[in-house]
Ligand binder design. Structure first.
Ligand code: NAD
Length: 342
């Protein structure tokens, strides 16, 4: 089951309510870096699958972004609203400390800036923190995603303006909300969904957004669909019913299976590979770990190159008649291969 992953650790502490999986996919380019997700997966196997897929995605994300890091990710199987207690986070901090620098982590779905700060007070290998870090990486992820949305529009429609376009956003958390702010400020008309009704209601007020059920946002008629919730939103079952011809959003692992991209091409859907468009957060937290210190301007300059990388992928995919995620993976593997050969 762990085929291709270097290490998978399980941390369990029944008394303090911790079940954590730390998955290290590949460290050819450097130490493993990736956030910690806190989510109430239905089964342990679901949590494990999530950790394995997310850490693999981090390997490719880091490689494409040219970062000296490998792919890792952690999943804590718990409801972030009711089960994420200080005692549980204490137990997780001890697990991170025991890994002794083999894994660097930070925020992801269900793990907030406050949680990252809490962990950082107890163990050093946590980025995206307030003290000793650059804060929550989500606004940087949202900026990269916004610029990626524009690159996708430019490639598909010939103009990168969002003004007057209908854009569907699934998930109104840290990244989705920040993306909506940018889209709204530039005149896009928004259609949104979140399983958290309060979030959806707030978006209706803040952005004059149309709110729909999460299950129907995939099929909502729009110029572009931006998945910003959890993974596997694009599958052989959902793709035939997509309401947009462009998919460009921040969620990790948007494709249920890598091969599902094969269903996108015949339908003329342009897909911005998730780990390319959402690399802003990684670029930001990785910069915190730079030996020369964190340089905000260098981070922003790097994030502003995301559209260039995407455009290259779109053009190469078009020229070669291959899915965009095949091209992205080939580019990442080339870089990892060169590092292994060196
Ligand atoms: P978050 O926890 O702040 O927000 C996630 C939101 O999605 C929540 O509001 C939640 O209620 C909602 N949600 C969950 N399931 C849903 C569903 N089925 N339909 C609609 N809404 C749903 O998380 P985030 O940090 O904004 O991350 C969002 C996505 O972007 C995740 O896939 C994450 O892995 C990815 N990502 C985040 C970053 C970052 O910097 N935060 C970086 C790269 C990738």
């Amino acid at each position: 089951a762990f085929d291709g992953h270097e290490h998978v650790w399980l941390g369990e502490d029944e008394t303090r309510g911790l079940t954590a999986i730390v998955s290290i996919h590949n460290t050819a380019l450097g130490p493993a870096l990736g956030g910690t997700r806190v989510w109430p997966h239905a089964t342990f196997d679901d949590a494990l699958t999530d950790a394995l897929r997310l850490s693999r995605g981090m390997t490719f994300k880091s490689a494409i972004a040219g970062m000296p890091f490998g792919g890792g990710k952690a999943v804590i199987k718990a409801d972030p609203k009711t089960e994420k207690t200080p005692a549980m986070l204490e137990a997780y901090a001890e697990m991170l400390a025991a890994l002794n620098g083999q894994y660097y982590t930070g925020e992801d779905v269900g793990l907030t800036l406050a949680d990252a700060n809490f962990l950082r007070e107890r163990t050093p290998n946590v980025s995206g923190t307030t003290t000793g870090g650059s804060g929550n990486p989500s606004p940087v992820t949202a900026l990269g995603t916004f610029l990626g949305v524009k690159a996708a529009l430019k490639h598909a429609l010939g103009s990168n303006s969002v003004k007057g376009l209908r854009i569907a956003v699934q998930g109104l958390g840290s990244v989705g909300w920040s993306l909506c702010e940018r889209l709204h400020a530039e005149g896009a008309s928004l259609i949104v969904a979140d399983i958290d009704e309060t979030r959806a209601r707030q978006a209706k007020e803040a952005f004059a957004a149309d709110v729909v059920e999460s299950a129907t946002i995939v099929t909502a008629e729009a110029d572009l669909f931006a998945p910003c919730a959890l993974g596997a939103v694009l599958s052989k079952d959902t793709i035939p019913h997509l309401g947009a011809k462009i998919v460009a959003g921040a969620a990790n692992n948007q494709l249920a299976r890598h091969e599902d991209a094969g269903h996108l091409m015949p339908r003329g859907v342009l897909y911005a590979p998730d780990y390319v468009i959402n690399a802003g957060g990684l670029i930001n937290v990785a910069a915190e770990l730079d030996a020369d210190g964190y340089d905000r301007e260098a981070v922003m300059a790097h994030v502003r190159r995301i559209p260039e990388t995407l455009t290259h992928i779109f053009e190469r995919a078009h020229a070669e008649g291959r899915p965009t995620n095949d091209i992205a993976q080939a580019m990442a593997e080339e870089r990892i291969g060169r590092a292994c050969a060196a």
